[in-house]
Ligand binder design. Structure first.
Ligand SMILES: Cc1cc2nc3c(=O)[nH]c(=O)nc-3n(C[C@H](O)[C@H](O)[C@H](O)COP(=O)(O)O)c2cc1C
Length: 210
C-alpha cells in the first residue's frame, strides 16, 4: 500500500486489527500554523519509507503553509476543516474527526503551534485537528513537536500548557535551538523531520496497542 490520504470519510471502517506483518502502522499527522509545516512532506516521506501509512490533516493556518510549500505531487492528501463539514449532511453520514481517530495508531502534531498547544491543554476542540485530539483513545500514543518563536516558547503559558500535555500522557519532542524562520536565533524550532519520524516509530513500537 502506498502512502495516501486515507480520509475519504465514506466507507472507512474501524481500526482493523493490530500493527503487524499484515497491517502497516497508521500514523495520523496533524499540521498546525507554524512555518515548520513547510517540512510536512519530509515527515510523510520518512514515515512512508519506514513502512507506515500516513494520513494528514491541517488547521486553517497550516493549510496556508502547505500551499506555500507545494512543489510537485504531494505525498498525501491533506484533510481540512471544510472537508469535515462538507462530509456531514445528514444523520448517518460519517464524521471525519471520528473516522480519522478510529483508524490511527498514533497522533503526531508536527509542528505544534502555540495556539493549538493552548487549545489541547484546555480541551478546546473547535477544528478538525483539535476535535480528533479531544476524541482520542488515551491508550494510543500522541507525539507533540512544538515549533514557535523563542519568546513564545519562553512565555509562562508554554510551561503550563506543556504540563497539561504531560498529564494527558503526550510525549513532547523538542523544540530545538537554531536560527528561526522569523530571524530570531534561539529555542523554538521544530525537531528535525528525521527525529520526528524516529520518535514516531519508537512510540509505535513501545506505545501502540499490540
Ligand atoms: C508567517 C507566519 C509564521 C508563523 N509561525 C508560527 C510558528 O512557528 N509557531 C506558532 O506557534 N505560530 C506561528 N504563527 C502564528 C500562527 O499561525 C497563529 O497563531 C495561528 O492562529 C495558529 O493557528 P492553529 O494553531 O489553528 O494552526 C505564524 C504566523 C505567520 C503568519
Amino acid at each position: 500500500m502506498t502512502s495516501q490520504a486515507r480520509g475519504d470519510a465514506a466507507g472507512s471502517g474501524d481500526r482493523g486489527g493490530q500493527p503487524g506483518a499484515s497491517r502497516r502502522p497508521q500514523v495520523l499527522l496533524a499540521l498546525t500554523g507554524s512555518v515548520a509545516t513547510i517540512k510536512w512532506q519530509e515527515i510523510v516521506r520518512g514515515l512512508t519509507e519506514a513502512g507506515c501509512d500516513v494520513t494528514v490533516m491541517a488547521t486553517r493556518a497550516a493549510a496556508h503553509f502547505v500551499a506555500a510549500a507545494a512543489d510537485g505531487p504531494a505525498p498525501a492528501r491533506v484533510h481540512t476543516d471544510d472537508e469535515e463539514w462538507r462530509a456531514w449532511e445528514r444523520k448517518g453520514d460519517p464524521v471525519l474527526h471520528i473516522e480519522l481517530r478510529r483508524r490511527a495508531d498514533i497522533l503526531v502534531f508536527a509542528p505544534l503551534s502555540a495556539n493549538t498547544l493552548a487549545k489541547l491543554a484546555h480541551g478546546l476542540c473547535d477544528n478538525l485537528v483539535t476535535a480528533v485530539a479531544r476524541a482520542w483513545d488515551p491508550a494510543r500514543p500522541v507525539l507533540a513537536c512544538p515549533a514557535m518563536n523563542t519568546m513564545m516558547w519562553e512565555h509562562p503559558h508554554t510551561a503550563r500548557h506543556l504540563a497539561e500535555l504531560a498529564a494527558l500522557g503526550y510525549r513532547v519532542l523538542g523544540p530545538v535551538s537554531k536560527p528561526l524562520a522569523c530571524g530570531d536565533v534561539g529555542n523554538g524550532a521544530m525537531s528535525e523531520p528525521a527525529d520526528v519520524v524516529a520518535e514516531t516509530l519508537r512510540l509505535l513500537g513501545s506505545g501502540a496497542p499490540g
